[in-house]
Ligand binder design. Structure first.
Ligand SMILES: [Zn+2]
Length: 103
């Protein structure tokens, strides 16, 4: 399991482990997340390319809920790599949401 940081200069953001995950993922600070969510906090998404489901940590899920456009890409545990999110991205939230991750 990777860690998280709200420091954009944390070297862990550039370290990639053998499973293809970053050592750390950038998140909004607790203070920023506490300002309120504009989307539900969702933990699991499906990669449309392989059909695999990935579940993320709470701080990342809350960052998506606070700022849906915060990330340009996300991790797929099946493909072991990072792929685009957003309107034209490759991921959807699991039912009952079924909307694109990052929108
Ligand atoms: Zn995949």
């Amino acid at each position: 399991m990777s860690g998280t940081t709200d420091d954009r200069n944390d070297p862990g953001l550039r370290d990639i482990g053998p499973d293809g995950m970053q050592d750390k993922y950038l998140v909004l600070s607790e203070e920023e997340r506490a300002k309120g969510f504009v989307r539900p906090v969702r933990r699991s998404y499906r990669h449309l390319i392989c059909g695999g489901v990935t579940t993320m940590g709470q701080a990342i899920a809350e960052t998506y809920a606070r700022d849906p456009g915060f990330y340009g890409a996300t991790y797929c545990a099946t493909c072991r790599g990072h792929y685009p999110v957003g309107k034209d991205g490759e991921f959807v939230w699991l039912a009952p949401y079924d909307s694109k991750v990052g929108t």
